[in-house]
Design a protein around this ligand. Sequence first.
Ligand SMILES: NC(=O)c1ccc[n+]([C@@H]2O[C@H](COP(=O)([O-])OP(=O)(O)OC[C@H]3O[C@@H](n4cnc5c(N)ncnc54)[C@H](O)[C@@H]3O)[C@@H](O)[C@H]2O)c1
Length: 336
Amino acid sequence: MTQQIRIGLFGTGRIGQVHAMSVAAIEDAELAWVCDPFVEGAERTAAEYGGKVSTDPAEVFASGEVDAVIIAAPTATHVDLIDAAIDAGVPVLCEKPIDLDLERVDRLRAKAAAATVPIVLGFNRRFDRHFAELHRRVSAGEIGTLEQVLITSRDPAEPPAGYLASSGGIFRDMTIHDLDMARFFVPDIVEVTARGANTFSATARELGDFDSAVVTLRGAGDELVVITNSRHAAYGYDQRFEVFGSEGLLQVGNQTDTLVRHWGAGAVEALEPYQNFFLQRYAEAYRLEVVEFLMAVRGEPSRSPGFEDGRAALVLADAADRSARTGGSVTVDLSR
Ligand SMILES: NC(=O)c1ccc[n+]([C@@H]2O[C@H](COP(=O)([O-])OP(=O)(O)OC[C@H]3O[C@@H](n4cnc5c(N)ncnc54)[C@H](O)[C@@H]3O)[C@@H](O)[C@H]2O)c1
């Protein structure tokens, strides 16, 4: 491998742009190939961040000119592209979720476990510096024995109907990030109880999906995690995190671009609105996620979540969906 890590990027849509920007900003990495069947997207991305253009992933692997690949193509392509990366002996960072269908994931599971190249999942929130610091302090014992985790995650507005229709539902599309964050703190989850509701979105209702959800997870050590999701929030992107233990509590609140406060007739101590959505709120985390992936590519110790973390999040999302539809709790065994 050359000193400079040559990256192949699959998919140049919303999240592909973010990864292209991250690679361009990292000194010892470069975008070598940009691949998208929507060739204008690939060309535009390559013109801005570098790299050769392709519409065919096989051409990228066959070129022998990539040391690692990032999969930012639609979810339905992930399993095949991870499979191709393993065959090509190329490390891979794949966006979440691995797939919407656990059976497809499980057909690749043994091969992924036997792979000699790193397979990393795009759970970017683990790399948010506030959440990472909170995790470090919990691990250092600052709040004693972990007893409860509270995750609040609300999007500013619901996505377009076309996106919702192919999203796999709120638990597999949205809650999956929170389920991974739950496992960041309580890796061994044994029970899932979820409730879904239709509070405002006619589209979600028509699709048989929910626009509001609460999930309670039980850990093997009797830790409880409560996740609260909504597809809308009048005040913007709501991302809060709290961990409670025998010796205290650690909390991360929402972020604004600056800390300037305003006093006026209608409100006092008013902050500007929260950072608008995930591209703003997690901009740094997306870059640190790629930095950490490159450490794995170089064979250095890395905290990147892997294939099994991606699978575990999907198992929990499936269980949450089942619980919400049946009204019962679902027992899970993530060790199997
Ligand atoms: N981690 C996060 O916060 C986050 C945020 C958004 C999206 N995602 C995930 O990223 C993936 C992409 O989402 P998006 O919102 O960027 O989608 P998008 O529709 O904006 O972009 C996807 C792009 O991939 C291209 N594409 C389709 N098939 C391809 C193939 N076989 N090879 C290469 N490119 C291909 C499409 O032409 C399109 O340009 C999804 O799996 C989604 O769940 C993750």
